[in-house]
Design a protein around this ligand. Structure first.
Ligand SMILES: C[S@@+](CC[C@H](N)C(=O)[O-])C[C@H]1O[C@@H](n2cnc3c(N)ncnc32)[C@H](O)[C@@H]1O
Length: 301
């Protein structure tokens, strides 16, 4: 039985947040949304049986992952999951799970695919995060990871003219707002390798993430230019957002038949039942309420 770490970093709370309506629907971000779709369509087309969407939020991207029989939407925020459920509805295709990525409530080797978009951004410990994700993936499965790149052209320029104190070329992550991190691409690729992933491909995107471009150049043209540049090695390591496709390598535990969840406190295996369960290992009650599985150890009220 794999044990999960006792101490984990704090979670950036989105509980009660209007993230989807404020950041996406109500702002000038059609371009960012579109170029992310281009990257997903390029990298993550294999489909499969069971996929894990980590930090799924309000389910903005879920329907863009094609060819999956079932998708588990996992987020720490229950209110984000409620929005996702309103968008996607109740069916056997989507499961909604409130849990902490550092303490994933699934048995090892369960998923044959995973994505994490705009979420590593909030993880103080990238290594612990990626090891946690690797544990629940089966050998040879694919993991699509997006991260915010500290070595982008804007930050390089600001650093050169001394408007920014931190060095965009140094390997350590930068916390520019509490629990908001930008990472160096080489550090993330090395952390992926150490966590049991082999990088297959990386794309750089959001070249034209500025209001000037968005207000002066037609949306379709900007998206077309971005799509052309995403795979250009010379420039794609210098964009604010990077999409990486990674294969899970090395031996992985196989789930025992009938097991699905795993208690985040004691790691005891639990079946997938649409009902509240008492863990036979530690006696903790894990609730199932209004279509959402509750696996947060100390949920905020
Ligand atoms: C910026 S949003 C991105 C949502 C979605 N992936 C998208 O691109 O629209 C980040 C999401 O990560 C979730 N999150 C942050 N830290 C988390 C953690 N430790 N465990 C689970 N979810 C977390 C937040 O609740 C939030 O919904």
């Amino acid at each position: 039985m794999t044990t999960k770490p006792d101490t984990t970093p704090p979670v950036c709370s989105y509980e009660g947040s209007d993230y989807q309506s404020r950041f996406w629907d109500g702002a000038n971000r059609r371009y960012e949304d579109a170029v992310e779709t281009v990257a997903i369509d390029r990298l993550f087309t294999q489909g499969g049986h069971l996929m894990l969407e980590l930090g799924a939020g309000a389910g903005r991207l879920t329907q863009r992952y094609k060819g999956w029989e079932r998708i588990v939407l996992l987020d720490y925020s229950r209110t984000q999951l409620q929005q996702a459920r309103e968008r996607l509805g109740d069916s056997d295709n989507y499961l909604y799970v409130a849990a902490d990525i550092y303490k994933l409530p699934f048995v090892s080797g369960l998923f044959d695919g995973a994505t994490m978009i705009r979420t590593l951004h909030h993880m103080a410990d990238a290594s612990q995060t990626l090891q946690s994700v690797r544990r629940v993936m089966t050998e040879d499965s694919l993991f699509l990871l997006e991260f915010a790149n500290k070595r982008n052209l804007k930050s390089i320029f600001r650093w050169l003219i001394r408007r920014q104190a931190w060095n965009p070329f140094s390997p350590e992550q930068v916390e520019f707002v509490q629990l908001n991190y930008n990472f160096h691409p080489k550090t993330i690729l090395e952390t992926l390798r150490q966590s049991g992933f082999e990088n297959e491909r990386s794309l750089g995107l959001s070249f034209f993430r500025s209001d000037w471009f968005k207000n002066h150049i037609a949306h379709e043209r900007l998206v077309k230019w971005d799509a052309r540049l995403q795979d250009q090695k010379l420039v794609n390591g210098y964009t604010p957002s990077m999409f990486t496709l990674n294969r899970a390598v090395g031996a992985t535990e196989k789930p025992v038949d009938g097991s699905f969840f795993s208690c985040p406190i004691c790691s005891h295996a639990l079946p997938e039942l649409k009902m509240t369960q008492i863990c036979p290992g530690c006696g903790h009650e894990w609730q199932y309420d209004q279509g959402i599985y509750e696996f947060r150890i100390n949920p905020e009220k």
